[in-house]
Structures are given as structure tokens and as C-alpha cells.
Design a protein around this ligand. Structure first.
Ligand SMILES: Cc1cc2nc3c(=O)[nH]c(=O)nc-3n(C[C@H](O)[C@H](O)[C@H](O)COP(=O)(O)OP(=O)(O)OC[C@H]3O[C@@H](n4cnc5c(N)ncnc54)[C@H](O)[C@@H]3O)c2cc1C
Length: 804
């Protein structure tokens, strides 16, 4: 062990070893992996070693695909066998809807370039003869699944890293971490104290404890998980070569060949947690006794699906722990306020994700940017609320129990709710609001007519759609009130505020009393935000952005903030309000405001402090619906009063409360993008059309060079609005767009435009296709639907109403 390293990776599991290897690939070799015991001594040694590319986040799925593709290289480079078996994998459907769902998964896999295909239950049995097909409705085969030897794979990563100069130091626990005046880390270990420029927390089951060493409480928790390995099964022994792995989606089990027997693992509906604060430091390479009673319901279903298991001996039980986060994806990246500390933990699918984590993190450490959209794994996608013990237990248990359970796009899951509510929550609920959740906050999706109304879970349009249509109709013909507590707000002030914002965002900075849409770029020219900047005073600004990006945005802001002259305050919880839009909105506001709000006094994109009802409000003339509209924001303790006064004032003008779903329908009629769909870290201004807000004539702003380059070369794909010949389902994010066998794009969001009576989708499509204007196929729930690119928004293309 040396006395100083550029990077110390804490933990020699599959993730830590992959991070070290990827750092070495990027040319960093003054790197040490420090491991408490032996390599694999956490969750890794007892894993089943299975892998697959499927993930609900498309970018994470691409990283899983990368992980699978890298194994042969690591095996070859290290000379260490990893026991790779590319057996392919079968997913079994047990209901007609699940068979339909598999069709969407097939379309999705095809979009990723995977040659998967659907099978009949009988064809599945031909592949894996121990399946009992009773009740099966279909199957999907993905050739890019398989399994490997977890021990071999970890040693291969460590060996390949060592060959490139990385040190692997075993039997040496990191005891504490502290910051030196030089900014380096002092790393106290059992074998002595060393210094490191960067530390990576890849401590798996102990990651929460290691995080605590630097004052971070990571939202992850260990949970036990069972599998069993059988004695030889004649039907399996008779298969010459590999046998496809099987996931019985309705049966909660997965199965893979293990010698001449099988390994059967299960995700039980009644999971439990263990060592919530992190495994004890003296926890060895230990398994828990099997808890047959607890897992019996799922085990019985497994024994029915694979009846030979009823008559074969069980050679070994494994009940070991691994970590879960609220959404099941890992926690990687830098943590705001703790420079050069990097998370690489919370990974429940190490053999599908280790290389993706390693690649993104190594890029991040070397370049200051993951080089790809890693938000689905970014530690900054959660706020402090996620580490609350009860929240963490509820959400991780929900994720575990639903690992194979079918997810419907319109479903809202109950775990950890309600957590955050606005002062209007009870009133909104009394008005019929049915809530979704955004970063822990309850947000109205639509308003039901009575308490008895129940929305059906469906892959198509739900029975709530007529309610959404009424809300959207009210906005087009009268007025809608939409709660905007789910917008994040930051106040930027101080003598250097304007100059700093001018550097931070790509647009010009507005005059006092004006609002400007301001794309914010990273160095590589990809989006960091689609902010609106409102100038309230000469050196006092409000930035409005996405609610769920608060941790992520503040990490970025603080990275850029000068030492003095600029004050940044997150005021999201202090100010809330309503977006009032529709032709009657001016009349409604006039009744409450005690001043002129005509177009002359409050024109489009103006912002004023006004008395609205009894509140001193910040009123911005801006709307997402394409109608005349205002965002009215008041101190949080007056938010409820504002809602009551708006409703009173709006009653005779037909004001209706509206939710997220109506806003989606309305914004698609105007081809307006939003963050998390059309605008994300993956896209550039030229792709998404925000380039029209980029001030290319400014001398300097973050990402300027990349933006100029893109302007010159043109983006390869651009955002377009599609009209889709849909059936009873609209397009949704990641649905592939094809011309014959060529994938030419993908959908970012879809909805039914209730006013224009069209199924609409925003989508990224290859440039040459946009120019050729041919008909396209969009795969919606696995079925091809014809779509056409619309040359203009179908509702008020000249925006006369918005400006009216
Ligand atoms: C029963 C079971 C079956 C599984 N099957 C699969 C599967 O089929 N496919 C799949 O992809 N995943 C599977 N998993 C999950 C998989 O095991 C994990 O995703 C993976 O092992 C996580 O690896 P890791 O490197 O993040 O953590 P770990 O393996 O826990 O490694 C962390 C390492 O950090 C070390 N460490 C901790 N603190 C310190 C410290 N202070 N100083 C020095 N060293 C420290 C530990 O000793 C440990 O070796 C399974 C898990 C279980 C329990």
C-alpha cells in the first residue's frame, strides 16, 4: 500500500472492481481498491450471477447492454475464466394482458437492437422441458441473457485492473474518512492512514455506514433474498449444451441451469429488511437460515410451474442480503457539498450493471461528466426525504415485491405516501383529486366526480380519460387552475447575480419585469435544465425548474457558484401557487387583483408583484397550455387562501381545477416539451428545438462551443410532433419509430389531444426522415400504428391565444 492515491475505491465487490477497471481504461492508474476481507466478501460471492438488459429506464438499459457486451473483453484481458453462459432467457406470460405487455417489451428490445422474439407456450416448453405450460399465454426469448460465475467475474475485473496498474489491497477495512486542509481525503485503514484525491463508496452492504463517515445518508437498505439449487434433474441433464434461463413473471420466480440441476430464485410478496443502517462491520461471508414459511406461497407456485422440483433433492439453499434503493436502480455520482466523494452503491443487479456504473463513474471522475445520460442511476435523483427510515422500508419493500409484477403506465403505487403535501392537499382531495407523486410530493393527476370512481389499470386509455377531456375542455373554453407546487424555484441575488446567470444559462438575461426561457447547458452542450428566468429586481432573479431535479440542479449550481457576490436560495417550499389559464383567466385575475392586468399592463412574458386576493403574489404571464395564462405564486402559508379565492372568483367564469393529465393533453396540442420527456440530460438544444432560445451572440456561457458546433453541423435527430392513427392506446415514452426494418426514432411522450381530437406524440426522429416526410410506424403496446409528422402544432399554431 502506498501513502497516496489519486482514487481509493472502497469495496472489492463486482461494482468496486469494475469501477477500478474503468478508471484504468481512462488512464488513471494511481488507483487502489481497498477491501475489508476478500474480493466478493459482500453480496457478490453468493449471487446467482444472472444478467439481462431490461430496465424501466432506457438509458440504464443501454448501460446494462454495455455491461453484458464487455464480459468477454474482461475475461480475455485478465486471463481469468468468468464462466460466461450466454444461454438466452425466456420470460413467461400468465395472463392475456401480460402477453400483450411482452409484445411491447419485444418492440422495446428491438429498438435497442436486440433480436428477441415471441414464442408460444409450447415453444417455450421445447426450449426448457421442465416448464408446465398450464395457464401460460405466451413467452419472449431474449438471446442476450445468461449467467456467469460471480467470483470469477469479480476476480477478472480486479485482475484486468491490476494489469493496468491498479492496486488491490485485501483484509484492510477503511475505518474513517476526513478532509485534509489540502482538500484531499485522509483515509484511515486497518493497515495505516493514506491520502486520496477521490474516494469511491462501492461498499455494497456497508455503503450506508461508509456514507455516514462523510456525513451522507444514502437511501439504500439491505434485504435478504432466497434461491435454491437442486440435485441433478434427468430432463436437464439430457439437454446437450446451455438451457435458457426462465423468468415466470406471474409466478415471482426465476430459474437457470446449474450443472445438471437448476437454480430457482424468488421475489416473495412478503419481503423483509435486514441491518437497515448497514451490515455490521464483523459480518462475514455469511448466509441466513432459509425462511421457508415466509417464502412458501411463491415457492409453491414455482414448484407448480416446474413440477420436477417436487421430486428432486435440494442440494443447497442460499439466503443472502443485497441492497435496494426506492426505485431499484443504483446510486452513483458526486454528492453536493462533498467534493471528490463518489457514490457507486445501492446496486441490486450487479452483474447487469457493473460495467455501466464503472463506465459512467470513470468518465465523471476524469471528465467531470458521465458522458451519457446517467440520471436513472444518479445519486442526485433523490432528495433527503428518501433516506427516511419508514419511506425507505416501504418503497424498497414495494419494489422488491413487485420485481416481476406487471406495471401499468397509469398506475400509482402507494408506498411511502403521502409524504409531502401542500396546504391545499385536503381541499384538492375534497374536490376529487386523484394524486400521483413527484419527488415525494402529492400532485393532482385528474379530478374524479365522486369517491366511488375507480380508475382501471390498463395498457390503453383508462376510464379516467373522459374526466381528463372535460378538464382540458374547460381550459380551452373557460379557465383551468393547476397547482404549481411541483415547480422548483431558486432565488439568485447579489451584486454578481446577473453576470453569474449570464454565464450559467445559454439565453440572454431578461430585463427587470420580464421572464425568459433559458436553456442551461453542460460543457458538452447537453441540457442541464430548461429554466425560466424571471427578473424581479435589478439583481434579484427567480429561476423556475423541475421539482424533482432539486438535488441535481443545486449540485450543478453550487459547482458553478463564485465564492462571493451571488446568493442562491432554494425557495421551492416557501412559495407555491397556481397556474391559471384559459380565455377567462384574465377576467378571473382582474376580479382578484386590484390593478390593471390588461395586455398592455401585463404582456406576455412579463412578471410583476401584485396583490391577488389577500396575498402579495409574484404573477408571471406565462402558460403551458397554449392559452392566455398566468402563474400566480404566493408565500406557502397563503397558498390555500389563494386557491379558495381563485375558485370563488372563477366560479361564474367556469373555472375548473385541472391535473397533470389534462396539462399533458393540452401541451401536446401545442407541441410543447417538458423536462423528463422531451428535455433531458441526453439531448442538445439543436435536437429539442430549445436552440431558438440560445443567445449565440453572447461571448460566453457554459456549453457555448458545443452549441456553436451543433448549430454548424446540425443535429442528427430532431424533436417533431406526430399524429398517430392510434387505437385505444396512445404512444408513450421510448416507443420505437420505424420505417420498415429501420428504427428512425423514438417517442418521448404521447397523449390524446382532446380538443383537436387526435392522438399525438412528441418524438425524436432522424433528420433525413423529417425531410422526406414519409409515413412512419410507431409501436404502441407492441402494435405498429401509422404516424405522420405534423408541420405545425394542431392547436393555434400562431400562438395568438397565448399572446392574446
Ligand atoms: C441471493 C442473491 C442472489 C443474487 N443474484 C443476482 C443475480 O443473479 N444477478 C445480479 O446481477 N445480481 C444478483 N444479486 C445481487 C448482487 O449480488 C449485487 O448486485 C452485487 O453483488 C453488488 O455488488 P457490490 O460490489 O455493489 O457490493 P458487495 O458485493 O456487497 O461488495 C462491497 C464490498 O465492500 C467491502 N467493504 C465494505 N465496507 C468496507 C470498508 N469500510 N473498507 C473496505 N472494504 C469495505 C465489503 O467487504 C464488500 O466486499 C444477488 C444477490 C443475492 C443476495
Amino acid at each position: 500500500m502506498k501513502s497516496q492515491y489519486q482514487v481509493v475505491v472502497i469495496g472489492g465487490g463486482i461494482v468496486g472492481c469494475s469501477v477500478a477497471y474503468h478508471l484504468a481504461l481512462r488512464g488513471l492508474t494511481n488507483v487502489a481498491v481497498i477491501e475489508r476481507k476478500e474480493l466478493t466478501a459482500g453480496s457478490t460471492w453468493h449471487a446467482a450471477g444472472g444478467f439481462h438488459a431490461i430496465n424501466s429506464d432506457f438509458d440504464v438499459a443501454a448501460l446494462q447492454k454495455y455491461t453484458i457486451s464487455l464480459y468477454p473483453q474482461v475475461e480475455e484481458e485478465s486471463g481469468q475464466s468468468i464462466g460466461l453462459k450466454m444461454s438466452g432467457g425466456l420470460e413467461l406470460a400468465g395472463t392475456p394482458e401480460r402477453a400483450q405487455w411482452l409484445k411491447s417489451e419485444l418492440a422495446w428490445l428491438r429498438a435497442m437492437g436486440t433480436d428477441a422474439h415471441l414464442l408460444s407456450p409450447q415453444e417455450a416448453v421445447e426450449m426448457v422441458p421442465i416448464i408446465d405450460p398450464t395457464g401460460l399465454t405466451g413467452a419472449l426469448f431474449d438471446p442476450h441473457e445468461g449467467n456467469l460465475d460471480p467470483n470469477g467475474a469479480t476476480h477478472a475485473y480486479a485482475g484486468a485492473a491490476k494489469r493496468r496498474g491498479v492496486e488491490v489491497i485485501l483484509r484492510n477495512r477503511v475505518i474513517s474518512l476526513s478532509r485534509l486542509p489540502s482538500g484531499e481525503w485522509s483515509v484511515e485503514t486497518e493497515k495505516g492512514t493514506i491520502t486520496a484525491e477521490h474516494i469511491v463508496n462501492a461498499a455494497g452492504l456497508w455503503a450506508r455506514r461508509v456514507g455516514n463517515m462523510v456525513g451522507v445518508d444514502h437511501p439504500l437498505v439491505p434485504m435478504p433474498h432466497h434461491y435454491l439449487i437442486t440435485e441433478a434433474i434427468p430432463e436437464v441433464a439430457a439437454i446437450d449444451g446451455l438451457m435458457a434461463a426462465v423468468t415466470d413473471l406471474e409466478g415471482f420466480t426465476y430459474l437457470q441451469r446449474e450443472g445438471d440441476g437448476v437454480l430457482l430464485g424468488l421475489y416473495e410478496q412478503n419481503p423483509r429488511h435486514w441491518a437497515v443502517e448497514g451490515a455490521p462491520w464483523d459480518f462475514g461471508m455469511t448466509l441466513f437460515p432459509e425462511e421457508i414459511d415466509r417464502i412458501m406461497p411463491e415457492l409453491s407456485i414455482g414448484f407448480e410451474r416446474f413440477p420436477v422440483l417436487q421430486n428432486v433433492g435440494i442440494k443447497r439453499w442460499v439466503n443472502g442480503a443485497f441492497t435496494f434503493t426506492p426505485d431499484g436502480n443504483p446510486l452513483i455520482g458526486p454528492v453536493e457539498g462533498i467534493p471528490n466523494y463518489w457514490a457507486a452503491c445501492g446496486c441490486m443487479s450487479g452483474f447487469s450493471q457493473c460495467a455501466g456504473i464503472g463506465l459512467a463513474l470513470a468518465n465523471w471522475i476524469v471528465d467531470g461528466d458521465p458522458g451519457l445520460n446517467a440520471f436513472g442511476m444518479d445519486v442526485a435523483r433523490f432528495g433527503p426525504y428518501a433516506s427516511d427510515d419508514r419511506y425507505l422500508r416501504d418503497t424498497t419493500a414495494q419494489f422488491y415485491a413487485r420485481r416481476f409484477v406487471m406495471a401499468y403506465p397509469n398506475e400509482d403505487l402507494p408506498a411511502g405516501r403521502p409524504l409531502k403535501t401542500t396546504p391545499c392537499y385536503d381541499d384538492l382531495a375534497a374536490a376529487g383529486a386523484r394524486f400521483g407523486v413527484n419527488w415525494g410530493l402529492e400532485v393532482p393527476l385528474y379530478f374524479a366526480p365522486n369517491a366511488e370512481f375507480e380508475e382501471n389499470d390498463t395498457l390503453g386509455r383508462s376510464n379516467a380519460e373522459p374526466l381528463v377531456a372535460e378538464e382540458a375542455g374547460a381550459v380551452r373554453t373557460a379557465a383551468g387552475g393547476y397547482e404549481i407546487a411541483q415547480y422548483a424555484r431558486y432565488e439568485v441575488s447579489g451584486a454578481g447575480a446577473e453576470a453569474w446567470l449570464d454565464h450559467l444559462v445559454a439565453s440572454h438575461i431578461p430585463e427587470v419585469g420580464r421572464i425568459r426561457l433559458a436553456p442551461m447547458l453542460g460543457d458538452a452542450g447537453r441540457l442541464m435544465g430548461d429554466l425560466s428566468v424571471a427578473r424581479l429586481e435589478d439583481q434579484r432573479f427567480w429561476l423556475t425548474g423541475s421539482y424533482y431535479l432539486q438535488t441535481w440542479h443545486q449540485r450543478w449550481f453550487r459547482q458553478q457558484l463564485p465564492d462571493s457576490g451571488v446568493a442562491l436560495r432554494n425557495i421551492t417550499d416557501d412559495w407555491m401557487g397556481f397556474s391559471l389559464s384559459g380565455p377567462a383567466s384574465r377576467t378571473i385575475l382582474e376580479r382578484l387583483a386590484h390593478v390593471d392586468v390588461s395586455d398592455e399592463a401585463l404582456p406576455f412574458l412579463a412578471v410583476r408583484m401584485l396583490d391577488v386576493g389577500t396575498a402579495r403574489a409574484v404573477v408571471g404571464r406565462i402558460s403551458l397550455t397554449g392559452e392566455l395564462g398566468y402563474e400566480i405564486v404566493v408565500p406557502t402559508n397563503q397558498h390555500r387562501t389563494l386557491m379558495q379565492q381563485l375558485r370563488e372568483s372563477g366560479q361564474e367564469s367556469g373555472l375548473r381545477l385541472v391535473g397533470d393529465r389534462a396539462i399533458d393533453s393540452l401541451r401536446l396540442e401545442k407541441a410543447y416539451g417538458i423536462w423528463n420527456a422531451e428535455f433531458t440530460q441526453a439531448y442538445t438544444p439543436g435536437m429539442c428545438g430549445l436552440d431558438r432560445f440560445v443567445a449565440f451572440d453572447k461571448d460566453e456561457f457554459i456549453g457555448r462551443e458545443a452549441a456553436l458546433r451543433e448549430r454548424k453541423e446540425g443535429a442528427a435527430q430532431r424533436l417533431v410532433l406526430l399524429e398517430v392513427d392510434a387505437g385505444d392506446a396512445d404512444a408513450s415514452a421510448d416507443d420505437g419509430i420505424w420505417i420498415g426494418d429501420r428504427r428512425v426514432g423514438f417517442v418521448t411522450s404521447g397523449a390524446y389531444g382532446h380538443h383537436v381530437k387526435k392522438s399525438l406524440a412528441l418524438a425524436y426522429v432522424d433528420r433525413d426522415v423529417i425531410e422526406s416526410a414519409v409515413d412512419l410506424d410507431v409501436y404502441i403496446v407492441g402494435e405498429a400504428r401509422t404516424a405522420r409528422i405534423l408541420p405545425a402544432a394542431p392547436y393555434d399554431p400562431t400562438s395568438s391565444k397565448l399572446r392574446g
